[in-house]
Design a protein around this ligand. Structure first.
Ligand code: RRO
Length: 316
């Protein structure tokens, strides 16, 4: 199950996606955090934030809307308290960072350069719930590239950098290309889609912030499409596929689309052991089709010739 993301190698390809596992501590009562490929932290900002007013979550058909608003302890508390705890448990840690300005991303990259034990940095270019919700940096190739270049320039060590992109764009390949050209080692696809629900009894928006990010199984086909398109355009750029993964079979779908690793996010909220379960189920799925190494399945859906590859016995 060993998985490789460019320069980053992990024992398996199932990651806790950013935002649904805090900094990993709450998961430890349900799973061994060292068993997960890596824990991607909730996006860290320079300062502590309480986030948006409640209600911040609303269920939708096969999905979840959130307007959390970047709640978090700030980078100093994360580095002093959360990162050492995760490392003491043997977890691999990908630190997600989010800023409201390029200078903030810069500052975060600088601070992370002082910390030992970070496996990779994920640049969140796609939070839908910051003050400037209409314009996350990742909606435009030029601004996305500026942030990636700034982070790359401020990191004083050679740690892999991934850019997490929004699906709410006309051309995700263009944004992905700008990030890679600016120094990203890989991409995380996808963050939430901007959505909204209205409570017809109160006749008010279900979220206090009116709109928020849609995640969960409802968005999985969008994630599969984005991973597919980016893999098609940049077959050598590693991708963390995230979006509505609930089962090992869902994870397999994203690997087939071209992801090298898979993030489990919203599923954790109703099943805190989801990462371990998805990993176990993925192992079973691969065994059932006679695949020995995860690496052999990545991007297989892009095969030009139709039909099933020799030696693979698909169960129906
Ligand atoms: O904190 C949030 O509201 C949030 C973030 Br940073 C994000 O990247 N995606 C999301 O759905 N919510």
């Amino acid at each position: 199950m060993r998985a490789r993301l460019g320069p980053l190698e992990l024992p398996n390809p199932v990651l806790a996606a950013s935002g649904c596992a805090g900094a990993g501590r709450e998961l430890a009562q349900f799973i061994d955090v060292a068993r997960v490929g890596a824990i991607i932290s909730k996006s860290i900002m320079t300062e502590p934030r309480t986030g948006n007013p409640a209600p911040r979550l609303a269920e939708t058909p096969s999905g979840l809307l959130n307007s959390v608003g970047l709640q978090g302890p700030g980078v100093d508390a994360f580095l002093q308290r959360d990162l050492p705890w995760l490392l003491s448990r043997g977890a691999r840690v990908v630190v997600s960072i989010a800023g409201q300005t390029v200078r903030e991303y810069d500052a975060l990259a600088s601070r992370l350069s002082d910390a030992a034990g970070v496996s990779a940095v994920e640049i969140n270019l796609s939070c839908p719930n910051a003050e400037d919700a209409g314009r996350p940096f990742g909606l435009d190739p030029a601004t996305a590239g500026v942030v990636v270049a700034a982070v790359r320039g401020s990191l004083r060590y050679d740690v892999p950098v991934f850019a997490k992109l929004s699906p709410d764009v006309t051309d995700i390949v263009a944004v992905a290309g700008a990030c890679v050209a600016s120094g990203a080692d890989g991409l995380s696809l996808i963050n939430v889609l901007l959505g909204m629900a209205i409570d017809v009894r109160t006749m008010r928006p279900a979220l206090a912030g009116a709109y928020g990010g849609l995640s969960g199984p409802a968005v999985r086909p969008v994630a599969v499409r984005c991973v597919w398109q980016v893999r098609e355009a940049f077959p050598d750029v590693p991708i963390i596929g995230t979006g509505g993964v609930r089962t090992g079979r869902d994870a397999l779908e994203l690997l087939l689309a071209g992801a090298s690793m898979v993030g489990v996010g919203t599923a954790i909220i109703h099943d805190p052991s989801a990462c371990s379960r998805v990993l176990r189920e993925l192992e079973e799925e691969l065994a059932a089709i006679g695949v020995d190494r995860v690496a052999d399945i990545i991007g297989q859906a892009h095969r030009r010739a139709p039909g099933v590859p020799r030696g693979f016995a698909w169960r129906t």
